[in-house]
Design a protein around this ligand. Sequence first.
Ligand SMILES: [Zn+2]
Length: 118
Amino acid sequence: MADAERNTQSGDEFAMTLAKSPPLRDLAYLKWQRTQRCLICGRKGDDQMSVVAAHIGTAGRGLKSSDSETMPLCDDDHRRAHTWGEIGFLRNNIPNTILREMIRAWCRMNYEIWKGEG
Ligand SMILES: [Zn+2]
């Protein structure tokens, strides 16, 4: 492909690419996520509070998103994410260190797409 024809995906195009894949299911991964610290507040589950594997958005057609598109959230932050809306909640609460790594991963993926390997 000529350099002039190469292009990176816009955010909307990227979201559409992901939506085309059937949702992945992996109960073992969800179970492991429940043993992790909450992505937002860092707490681990105990007798008073649990950590859940929170799915991001939906996969369309009314399906829950892939189990690989989950993050560990404590009950309190999971409830806040649903009450406030997950994107607004994450935008205001996700730690900067995590946000930086997410953007770094998106940049790497976009580079691979640009190279024709994505
Ligand atoms: Zn939390």
